[in-house]
Design a protein around this ligand. Sequence first.
Ligand code: F3S
Length: 424
Amino acid sequence: MHLTDYEKAMLDGDHGRAKARAMDLLVRYGEALGAERLVEVNNVAGAFNASSPSVKHIADKGMDHVYSELNLDSDEVVEVPHMAVNTCQLITGIDNDNWKLQGASEEMIGAQRAGERFLGRRGVNMFATCTPYQVGNVPVKGEHCAWMESSAVIYCNAVLGARTNVEGKESTGAAALTGRIPYWGYHLTENRYGMHLVQLDVEVDDMMDWGLLGYYIGEIVEEDIPVLDRVSHQPNLIKLKHFGAAAASSGGVEMYHIPGVTPEADSVDEAFGPRKVQQRFRYGPAERRETYAKLQSATEDKIDFVMLGCPHNSLEQMAIIAEMLDGKKISSDVALWVHTPRALKQVADRNGYCEIIEAAGGVVMSDTCPAISRRLPPGVRVIATDSAKQAHYLPAIAKVQGWFGSVRDCVDAALTGTWRGGVS
Ligand code: F3S
């Protein structure tokens, strides 16, 4: 792999042992991928904190150990310097305020907070959300990034037109210290063109419909790049957030084009560029109904947990939920957890949304989610969620039955304790 003089100096240890280990990792990683060089990045979103029982043995030895082993894949324990570039923490395992409700121990939350202090002082911004683009980390078109988290990566590539592959703990750990990542995959223009054409023959408008469409597309194109044609309604942030998260769950979609909406294509021709259309798909009423049916893994109508906010909710979503719950009480048999980034929770608090949700019996959670934390209220058997991603993962992870539906159907389930959702 070709390295610049500065990169060689980092590799040789001229800028400290941590950067040397980081460069060693990036060179090994890049060569395995066939990358010819590295590219400069000034925007890293990764997972740095250690708050799960599985890493407790390392956490006990201190954060230099954690970072060396988990973020640099290094047996040598290095002293972690300040991050070289803008870096943020994605979602974590525990809610800093609601950790008891999650069943976390004093020891675990203590480890998480100590990790935050260590990392924060070294320049890791503690956004603690899977949606950094909702709380101020909004890379511009063409900007090279190193992001983890599939739902964030697809938003970064397709909606923002910035460039990242789905990175891991180690590569983001190394990128944060060096400002470099292998130049391959979605960093290259030639890899960003469309591959399959998906023609919409049914209206796709609300958030649930965008989630269904994403789930359908992920299944049919797997890791390829779809181009959506005949989109009848202009989508916004929350709809594309749900669309991308779903497509990255049922498949491994990291990039897509909606000509006239996403920034790299104004027309179908431009979306495909030099590539030919490989396959054509049609998404109509039957495909919509079949996808909805696939996302239902529950047979019992009586539910005991409602999870909203995967990916983490925007303020607009918090307002909608608060409006639906205003002056009402959720069923005493149901737990309702509503997830939003902590930075947005502060605004939701000031707007009074959290007070309304909590007065109804719900809990507003930040920093985490059930799929990442693997922590649900005790005894949960049947869940309802407005997220295709959560409906895809949670039944397998937590061995529960799951209903998927609109926000309105999920709030209704929380209020009545019964699933009455459906699709026409
Ligand atoms: Fe975010 Fe957890 Fe969903 S990380 S995208 S809320 S599974």
